[in-house]
Design a protein around this ligand. Structure first.
Ligand SMILES: [Zn+2]
Length: 399
């Protein structure tokens, strides 16, 4: 094992990130207040702000201070300093968003897809990048990179996401490297959802929380000290494969009783199919069913208790400030699950009252794509995001 000490370059990157985030969250804010908020010296803040201004990431805002003399110049982030594109790919569809540095969605597109191999999806993404740049009229030189969210796990033989046999996001990333001349950052859907809620949603003031993602499959994103936790191979939070019913339903991973076989849209559709009701897609499930449908209700009777066990495990392992429930599943289903869960098992999270132990996600179905779009910014600026490379510097210097 290699231990790495913080060197002066890394320390500077951390400070650069801290100053950027302070301006993002509290701007317009003058240098003196940034220094007070961060504990950095005024000279350091000035240098770091100059650097961020050099990259066009922050700009001077118009001062509202009408006093005589030279007023302090407040700074804000420059939304059009860089742009990113986020893709959320899952069975049957892909959501694309073009976002600015503030995370605002400038253009959004949803396409149904039938080509499900990594090479076909890579070709599709690569042509989408060009058409989205043209349609959104952004300056391509300011396109920092592409974030891609797909269901996990990555690089694990024998485990695939529901309805995507043999799928591996890593293979997609490799293919994208061949066809795109842009940096690509990959994360699973849960990690992107937790990132989006932390940057743009209901979890802006939280630093340690878990997002449980109910979609075709079941996943989660774990935010630890303000960074999505990837684990040893980017697969942390594959919540769906937590065994909650020993000897229970057979799972595609080869085990029995995984939570995903009880609580996911795929599990609901399988339950309906086993009772003679065929449903083609999440969209059809969303529009044609409701919690009062007898088969949906029976399926929930079976699935809610395993989920309650899973949530207890998450609280026990991570001591989160809250657990957020969301995902691609119909909102009526998430609301019903929240209601049916009612009280949770006593756990380490039980004595806190600042945040509810369980809450609904704040963002809509674009959360994953928006989180994916945030990844290139984080990978460049946030030293806590594992894929940190000094791409920003080289990208900006190339311009
Ligand atoms: Zn499994």
């Amino acid at each position: 094992m290699l231990l790495s000490a913080t060197n002066i370059v890394k320390a500077k990157l951390i400070n650069l990130w801290v100053v950027f985030e302070t301006i993002r969250m509290h701007g317009p804010i003058p240098r003196t207040q940034i220094a007070a908020a961060t504990g950095l010296s005024k000279a350091s803040v000035s240098n770091l702000v100059d650097e961020l201004e050099g990259y066009d990431l922050v700009v001077a805002a118009k001062s509202r201070d009408r006093r005589v003399g030279k007023p302090p110049t407040p700074l804000t982030i420059n939304p059009s300093g860089v742009f990113t594109i986020g893709f959320h790919f899952d069975y049957g569809r892909m959501i694309s968003v073009v976002a600015n540095l503030a995370g605002d969605v400038i253009l959004r597109e949803v396409v149904g897809i039938e080509q499900l191999s990594p090479s076909e999806v890579a070709t599709l993404i690569s042509s989408k990048v060009e058409s989205l740049v043209t349609e959104s009229k952004i300056d391509r030189a300011r396109l920092l990179g592409v974030g891609v969210a797909t269901p996990g796990p990555f690089g694990v033989e024998g485990i695939s996401p529901p309805r995507l046999p043999g799928w591996d996001g890593l293979e997609l990333k490799r293919r994208l490297a061949d066809v795109l001349d842009l940096p690509v950052v990959l994360a699973n859907d849960g990690q992107c959802a937790v990132t989006a809620e932390w940057r743009f949603g209901a979890a802006r003031n939280l630093t340690n929380f878990v997002y449980v993602f109910i979609g075709n499959g079941l996943g989660s994103g774990v935010m630890i000290h303000s960074a999505a936790y990837g684990g040893g191979s980017g697969n942390a939070g594959e919540f769906g494969h937590l065994i909650v019913v020993p000897g229970g339903h057979a799972c595609s991973c080869g085990n029995r009783g995984c939570l995903e076989t009880y609580m996911s849209v795929d599990s609901a559709l399988r339950y309906l199919a086993s009772h003679g009701v065929a449903v083609e897609s999440i969209e059809a499930f969303e529009s044609d069913f409701s919690p009062s449908h007898p088969l949906v209700s029976q399926w929930l009777d079976e699935g809610v208790e395993p989920l309650r066990l899973g949530l207890h495990t998450l609280e026990t392992l991570f001591d989160p400030e809250t657990i957020m429930l969301g995902g691609d599943a119909p909102s009526w289903l998430i609301d019903e699950i929240m209601q049916r869960l009612g009280s949770l098992y006593p756990s380490v999270s039980g004595s806190r009252s600042e945040h509810p132990r369980l809450m609904s996600a704040g963002l809509d179905h674009d959360a994953v794509a928006r989180g994916a779009a945030a990844l290139p910014v984080l990978a460049n600026l946030n030293p806590q995001y594992r894929e940190l490379e000094s791409e920003l510097v080289s990208h900006m210097q190339r311009r």
